[in-house]
Design a protein around this ligand. Sequence first.
Ligand code: CMP
Length: 139
Amino acid sequence: MAGTKTLTMIKPDAVQNGHIGAILNDIAEAGFRISAMKLTQLSKADAEAFYEVHSERPFFGELVEFMTSGPIVAAILEKENAVESFRMLIGSTNPAEAAEGTIRAKYATSIGENAVHGSDSDENAQIEGDFHFAVREQF
Ligand code: CMP
């Protein structure tokens, strides 16, 4: 069965701290299939567009600055119930509240610099996947 999809970004903190390999290993061991993947860096306009839903939040400027500060790994992941399953794997937004063994508990440093992104719905997974990848880059 093909399952559903979610979009992840390994964020600049985790890339800078050398955690790409470990995080991809956790993702593979959890049974996700990689449908698309690349190393890239967001421009200010890219980050403002991606996080448009948060544009009125007090942390928006900080979020855009952080997400443009260095390279990220963007990937589309596929599994049965991918959005919920991936959110369980990564843990709470705030790493201080993330369950032991989750990616954020292991690799995140703060609520802002929280190592990974995961889509919050099937609808947003589709929008976010198409934001990062052309159709010919999705397998
Ligand atoms: P993410 O799941 O990628 O989507 C929105 C991001 O905003 C979230 O991860 C956090 O990195 C960031 N964020 C959420 N709350 C805060 C906060 N209180 N302060 C700074 N950044 C935040």
